[in-house]
Every structure is written in structure tokens, then in C-alpha cells.
Design a protein around this ligand. Structure first.
Ligand code: ADP
Ligand code: ZN
Ligand code: ZN
Length: 803
């Protein structure tokens, strides 16, 4: 019987930790299972990598308990985790944790208690009259017994600050705990109840007897809140019976999106050609990658659906990944309509508990089609045959926190390990993927036309400099755009208006001295949000009131400059007073299901116009939209980032592609100050191929990806001189770089200060991926030997943004 286990823990140390197994656990713990273990003052949950009998040289502690009865990760997923950990230079424990959507089942918390010093102090305090401030309240509460942070904060506003200061004084000690969430605490409406099948013996209170009687008369499972209407006190009785294991309480499965089932479209010849090749690929049982490059409205979804059918027909399962914002219940509904309850959806709009539940269902083999966002790539399906990555160019596939993986690339690695097929699809493939296809690494499947002979939208480019010369006015909308919108509204057709910047005014500046109002934590200007009447930092969330006078020179000439989506909405209301207008951006979509509400209402024509940021550009298929207005094509162009042109081209092409998807043809009005910029021009002509060639030339010349492997090393510190010194030392340690590798920097990051930390970066381009990886490992080793703070070094492999 193995007496030890090696556990990977979610801590920023790239090593496994060995624990001894108490007798009760020895026969139950296997690789891939989660165990709870002591770690310093904390209790942590980690994944068992191996069980063995090799006694470690140092004394080890006992593992505390097994978290799940069965392993949560199989060998295939652990191997994938190891690959991610190596490739993205991220500790395995953190990788494995982010592969599991089960964190919600365990509640992390802090428990505070008085130290001896604190106890002395508290006695002194209680001699004086009990004062009524936060400090005294907190001390009085803790004098009674140790308390969870949450319950202190609930009772005492501002307790946060008090706790911090008490900790500094050494009066209180904190213990980090993890507790499993009790399903019995969920509200009745979210629970299903059924008899457990166990024999009931002995006497029970009346309510419990009644409930048992009701359940035996009405077999099957019921929503607990519905039972409450029939049986007095059912809720309390149910929970008590559940503890006695006489009934089972389980969380209610999420509501299914309702969509009328629709007969599959007959594939047109281009779709058929693409599908036939994919079907053959799946049939071969070998790893292969396809890139579907199909213009907006060419019917890519129909190919995905057929490909999934083909995988299922082979007895294999399928994963479909979609961008964060595109996974709407409406889209999920399409899949339910087609595949019924074989589908599991891993949707960010679901609660953590709902996601955990879906995950367990997939793990148990209860779903063979999984639709999910980025982390859906880790869905524990069995016998994987196909992974589809829709809108493969989308930035939301890249996780911008540790581990900084790209879901699309992980999909390819996972498929390779599983001998499965990958289908990447986009109207605007990333340069990398399209380049791989042109090199023959991927099979290219092109759909150059929209379905049913529908035309591509006609794009009108409006030079806003000329507009100004002609009108002498700085208007948000050109005369041509206003006229076009007016025409569509008269025809009862719908309009989408894009401005990819939220807020009302993008910044506030003083006319006398030129000072701009900046965030206190970040080196960026604050954005004015009129509805909230405050200035907001889009990076850290810091907010302040609008100053009435300039903080620098005292002048009253404080002005709002630049325009955001909130103001666009406002001006549209002025220009079209009777139009029904909705806005979709991160400010209007605060609740999780609001996004779909707005979109659904727009789809049902309860709105005439939809205004928003890039959120409105992604994937939506709304047939009655015949006009797309782009207020400014220039928003992303000035970014200090080699991908700025690519991103602009993609966004403009995608939003233009929202027009004319139904029976009626579409038009686009694109306003710009840079009509000669190639990204703007070629997006207007919807000429992907010309853009690809031109951008590829630039990348080749500059040795940017796909002509090099790239990584960004960021060094952060609250003190500027520390950040500068550390990054310089690191640079010295890493140079001279191997041949065919270039280290640029250290330089201030494009956002030099973020969330109160100063940031310097080293940007690395390397001809060899292996050497790049070795260099990054050396950087990590350096940080470790120098005992840098765990968060000081950030390594981003294949970075998408360099902010
Ligand atoms: P894409 O994802 O390529 O932009 P979609 O898959 O959303 O395009 O398809 C666009 C529209 O065309 C959808 O409304 C879809 O139902 C319809 N469609 C797809 N394939 C066909 C077909 N073979 N015949 C007719 N309509 C189709
Ligand atoms: Zn001023
Ligand atoms: Zn900020």
C-alpha cells in the first residue's frame, strides 16, 4: 500500500510537495485525485501527481483528506497540464487549478483570532468605556472567539482597514482556510429533491414524515421550492432528511435555452467540399488540423455542426470553443436543438456551481458534445475526436493571467495527444494560422462567398478630415452616415453602430495648463462616465469625482475630450429622437445575463439600433441588420503594438460582416482620419488576402511572429527604481543572448505604471522556440535565486498584447 503522495499545489513554486498518507487514505488516493493538505498556516487543495512508497528525506506531514471520491484529472489531461506548464513557464499547480472549474465548491477564507498581545490590549481597551467605532467593535468581537473575515466585515463596515492595522500591530493572527461549500445551503429554488432509497427507521418530526410520504407518493425528483407549496416546512425537513441520507438534494440543472429545432441546411458546394475533407480527417483517426477561412456569413457554423455529427457517428466526442462574448444562450440553443441532451455548455454566464456541475456531468460521460469558452478546452470528455475553434483569431482565447495560455494552441496540442482533428474557423484568420496553412501545416478550406448568393456588404469610407473642411464642425457623425441611418429607420431595418471605446469622454484635460487627469494607480488617463458622474480607470477600476478645478493650476477650464460609446448613444438619441436605441458594452452589461437580454431584444426588433464596443462585432447573426456604422476606424491604430494593424483589420471586417446577413443586402459607413492606412483600406475592400500579404511582409522584415517565437518578460515593483534595477540585472544575466535571438529592452512598458506597480519589459524574439524556452527558464531561475517577490516576474509566451 503506497504510503506517500506527491501533490501539485496552486502556489507560485514549480515543484510537487510530498505528504504521507494516513491509513484511512492509503487505499483511496490515486493520481489525478484532489487532496486537502496542510501548507504553512493554510490548508490547500492540490492534485495528486503520484502515489509511492519512497520515504522522503525530510519529515513530511499527513495529507488531511480526499476531496473527491474519484480522480478529477486523467493521465491525458495531466500530460496536457505538464505541457502547458513547460511551454508557458507556469507552475504546474497553478495550471492544474485553472484546468478545473471546481474551485467554487471550496470556499477559501481567512479566520482571524487575537494573539497574546492582542488579548492584553483588548483587556486594556475594555477598561475604558466601550466606544462605538469600528476598531473597538472588531476587537470586542474577536475577544469572544476567532471569526471568519467575512462575518466580521458583514457586521462592521470598514473592518477591512481595521483588520489590516491590527495585523500590522501584531494583535491578531490570520489563518487561511478552505472549507467545502455545503450544497444544503443553496436556496430551495436551486435544489432538486428525491428519495435516496435508504430505509427510514425510527421516529421523525411531523414535517419530515409528511415530506417522506409526499415523495413516496410522487416518485422521481422535484424542485424543492415546488414541494414547499405542497408540504408544510418542506425546506427545513428536506435539509434535515438529507443529513440523515434519507433524501438526496442536488443542485437544479441550468435552464435550457429554448430554441425551436431547425432542420439542418443542405450544405452548399463550398460547405460540402470543406465538410467532406473534415469528415475524412475524423475518419482517419489521425491528428490533423484544418483552417476554414470563410467570409462573414459563409455558413461556417453549419460545417461545425456536421463535423460534430461525424465525430459522434464514430463514437467519439467533440469540443467546440467559441469566444467569450459569442457564447450566448441563443448560440447554445442551436446546439441543444441539434444534439439534445448530449450537449454540455460551459458558459461564463452560469454560476460557478452550475459550471462545476456541468463539468462533473462531462467527466461522468454524460455529455459527448461540449460547447465552451477558452477553458472549455480542458473539458474532461472521453474519446475525443474533434475540437472546433470558432473565430480562432479572437483575443479572448488568450488568458491574460497565469497561466497565460492560448486556448486555440492548447486545443491543437490536446488534439495531437488524442489523435483527434482540429478545425479552426474564421473570416479573419490570425496571421499565424493563415501562415501555417500556407506552409501546408494546416489544410486550408476556403469559403469565399456568402451563402445563398448573398452579396458582401458595400463599404463607404468617409474621410472625416474632408467632412470637417466641408462643414467646419467636429461632428461625431458625418452627414452621409446620418442620412443612411435615417433611411434604414424609415424602412424598419436595423442598424449597428460601433465605437470601440467605452465611457462618455475618453479623457479630461485642463485648457489652461494642459494637465490631464490620470489614475492614481496607473499611468493612464481616466475616462469620464456620465451616467455614474465620475472618472474611471479602465485598467484598475479606480474612480473619482470630476474635478471642478484643475488640480495642478486651479483653473476652472476643465474640459472633456475624446468620445466613447456612452456619448455615441447620447448623440444618436438627439439625432433620432424616436428611434429605440440600446447600448452594449461593459458598462451596460454588468450582470451576467444582461448581455443576452439586450441582444435578444434587438433580435426581436424591440430596438432599432444597437450601439457598442467590439462586443457587438462578434459572431452575432441578426438578419434584419442592413447598416453598420463605424464611428471611428482609428481607435486601435495608434496602439504601440505590432498587432495593432491586424486587430484593426479584424475588428472592422468582423463588424462590417454583421450587415446584410439575411435576405436584405447590407451597407457599411466607415468614418476615419486615416483613410490611406492599409488596415482601414483593405478592411473596407474586405480583401483579406491583400492584407495578409502586406502584413506578412512587415512581420518578415521585423522578424515578428510568425517569423519568430516571441515572449514578453515583465518586471514589476511598487518602487520604480526597484523595477528598473531588477529588469536591468535580469537583462545582464540573460545577455549575451544566443545567436538568432534578440532581447529588446529593458524599456518602460507601454503602460509604465499599472495597479500601483511600475513595469519594465524585455521583449524577446527568437528563431528557435526551444532556445526561447530555455532562456525564459533561466529568467525564472534568476528571480528565484535573487528571491524576487513571487509576482515581480511575469512571463508571457506568444503575447497578444504588450500593454
Ligand atoms: P458564418 O459563421 O460563416 O459567418 P453562419 O454560419 O452564421 O455564418 O451562417 C450565416 C447564415 O446562413 C445563418 O443564418 C445560417 O443559418 C445560414 N446558412 C448556413 N448554411 C446555409 C446553407 N447551406 N443554405 C442556406 N443558408 C445557410
Ligand atoms: Zn490646469
Ligand atoms: Zn488605474
Amino acid at each position: 500500500m503506497p504510503r506517500f503522495c506527491d501533490v501539485s499545489l496552486p502556489v507560485p513554486l514549480d515543484q510537487a510537495f510530498t505528504y504521507s498518507l494516513p491509513l484511512t487514505l492509503q487505499h483511496r488516493v490515486q493520481a489525478g485525485a484532489r487532496v486537502m493538505v496542510p501548507f504553512g498556516t493554510r490548508k490547500l487543495t492540490g492534485v495528486v501527481l503520484a502515489v509511492h512508497d519512497t520515504r522522503p528525506e525530510i519529515a513530511v506531514k499527513d495529507a488531511l483528506r480526499l476531496v473527491d471520491p474519484e480522480p478529477v484529472l486523467d493521465d491525458e489531461l495531466i500530460a496536457l497540464g505538464r505541457w502547458i506548464s513547460g511551454y508557458y513557464c507556469s507552475p504546474l499547480g497553478e495550471v492544474l487549478r485553472s484546468m478545473l472549474p471546481l474551485a467554487s465548491e471550496i470556499r477559501a477564507g481567512k479566520v482571524y483570532s487575537l494573539t497574546d498581545a492582542g488579548r492584553d490590549a483588548s483587556r486594556q481597551l475594555s477598561i475604558g468605556a466601550a466606544e462605538d467605532d469600528a476598531f473597538h467593535k472588531v476587537m470586542a468581537m474577536l475577544a469572544m472567539r476567532p471569526l471568519a473575515a467575512a462575518s466580521i466585515i458583514r457586521k462592521v463596515p470598514l473592518a477591512d482597514k481595521v483588520l489590516k492595522s491590527l495585523e500590522r500591530k501584531g494583535w491578531i493572527a490570520v489563518e487561511h482556510t478552505q472549507r467545502e461549500r455545503d450544497p444544503l445551503r443553496a436556496p430551495s429554488a436551486k435544489l432538486r429533491i428525491a428519495l435516496s432509497g435508504a430505509q427510514s427507521e425510527g421516529r421523525f418530526p411531523k414535517a419530515e414524515r409528511e415530506l417522506l410520504a409526499y415523495l413516496s407518493l410522487h416518485p422521481g425528483s422535484h424542485n424543492l421550492s415546488e414541494v414547499e407549496e405542497q408540504v408544510h416546512n418542506a425546506s427545513t425537513a428536506a435539509r434535515s432528511l438529507a443529513r440523515k441520507k434519507l433524501v438526496e438534494l442536488a443542485e437544479e440543472p441550468m435552464p435550457l435555452a429554448t430554441m425551436p429545432p431547425r432542420a439542418p441546411h443542405e450544405l452548399n458546394p463550398a460547405q460540402r467540399r470543406a465538410f467532406d475533407l473534415i469528415e475524412a480527417g475524423i475518419g482517419s483517426g489521425k491528428f490533423c488540423t484544418f483552417l476554414i477561412h470563410g467570409v462573414t456569413g459563409s455558413g461556417k457554423t453549419e460545417i461545425y455542426l456536421n463535423a460534430i455529427d461525424a465525430a459522434l457517428a464514430q463514437g467519439r466526442s467533440a469540443l467546440l470553443l467559441v469566444p467569450e462574448i459569442a457564447l450566448t444562450p441563443a448560440m447554445a440553443g442551436q446546439f441543444y436543438a441539434r444534439f439534445g441532451d448530449r450537449v454540455a455548455i460551459l458558459h461564463s454566464a452560469f454560476t460557478d456551481a452550475e459550471r462545476a456541475q456541468q463539468w462533473r456531468r462531462i467527466r461522468a460521460g454524460g455529455a459527448s458534445v461540449v460547447v465552451g469558452t477558452r477553458s472549455g478546452v480542458f473539458a474532461p470528455v472521453r474519446n475525443l475526436g474533434l475540437i472546433v475553434v470558432d473565430e480562432e483569431h479572437d483575443g479572448s482565447y488568450k488568458q491574460e493571467e497565469n497561466p497565460r495560455y492560448n486556448g486555440r494552441d492548447v486545443a491543437i496540442v490536446r488534439a495531437q495527444k488524442a489523435n483527434a482533428c482540429v478545425v479552426l474557423g474564421s473570416a479573419t484568420p490570425s496571421l499565424e494560422s493563415r501562415f501555417n496553412a500556407s506552409q501546408g501545416k494546416y489544410t486550408l478550406l476556403e469559403l469565399p462567398d456568402r451563402v445563398a448568393g448573398r452579396p458582401m456588404p458595400k463599404v463607404h469610407v468617409i474621410d472625416m478630415r474632408e467632412e470637417f473642411l466641408a462643414t467646419r464642425k467636429h461632428a461625431t457623425f458625418s452627414r452621409a452616415m446620418v442620412e443612411a441611418i435615417d433611411g434604414r429607420l424609415t424602412n424598419n431595418e436595423q442598424v449597428i453602430v460601433l465605437l470601440n471605446r467605452r465611457g462618455f469622454s475618453s479623457h479630461v484635460a485642463c485648457r489652461s495648463c494642459g494637465a490631464r487627469v490620470e489614475c492614481v494607480n496607473c499611468a493612464v488617463t481616466l475616462t469620464y462616465h456620465r451616467r455614474d458622474r465620475r472618472l474611471l480607470c479602465h485598467y484598475c477600476g479606480y474612480a473619482e469625482k470630476v474635478p471642478s478645478v484643475c488640480a495642478k493650476c486651479g483653473s476652472e477650464h476643465v474640459h472633456f475630450l475624446g468620445i466613447g460609446s456612452e456619448r455615441v448613444e447620447d448623440e444618436l438619441h438627439d439625432a433620432f429622437p424616436t428611434a429605440r436605441i440600446a447600448r452594449l458594452d461593459r458598462d451596460t452589461v454588468t450582470g451576467k445575463r444582461q448581455f443576452e437580454d439586450i441582444l435578444q431584444n434587438f433580435r426581436e426588433r424591440n430596438y432599432d439600433m444597437l450601439v457598442g464596443t467590439q462586443m457587438i462585432a462578434k459572431g452575432h447573426d441578426i438578419p434584419n441588420v442592413t447598416l453598420v456604422g463605424i464611428v471611428s476606424a482609428d481607435v486601435g491604430l495608434g496602439m504601440p503594438d505590432f498587432r495593432a494593424a491586424e486587430r484593426t483589420f479584424q475588428l472592422l471586417t468582423q463588424v462590417a460582416g454583421r450587415a446584410g446577413r439575411g435576405e436584405l443586402p447590407g451597407e457599411v459607413y466607415l468614418q476615419t482620419l486615416n483613410p490611406e492606412h492599409y488596415a482601414v483600406q483593405l478592411a473596407a475592400q474586405q480583401d483579406y488576402h491583400a492584407f495578409f500579404e502586406k502584413e506578412l511582409q512587415f512581420r518578415r522584415f521585423m522578424k515578428y511572429p510568425p517569423f519568430s517565437a516571441m515572449a514578453n518578460i515583465l518586471v514589476r515593483s511598487p518602487k520604480q527604481e526597484d523595477a528598473l534595477r531588477m529588469s536591468t540585472e535580469l537583462d545582464h544575466h540573460l545577455t549575451p543572448a544566443p545567436a538568432e535571438m534578440k532581447i529588446m529592452g529593458p524599456a518602460e512598458a507601454p503602460v509604465p505604471r499599472l495597479k500601483a506597480e511600475f513595469r519594465y519589459q524585455l521583449l524577446i524574439k527568437s528563431a528557435s522556440r526551444r532556445e526561447l524556452n530555455a532562456l525564459l527558464k533561466r529568467a525564472q531561475e534568476f528571480a528565484r535565486t535573487r528571491k524576487w517577490n513571487a509576482t515581480a516576474l511575469v512571463i508571457d509566451v506568444d503575447p497578444l498584447t504588450l500593454l
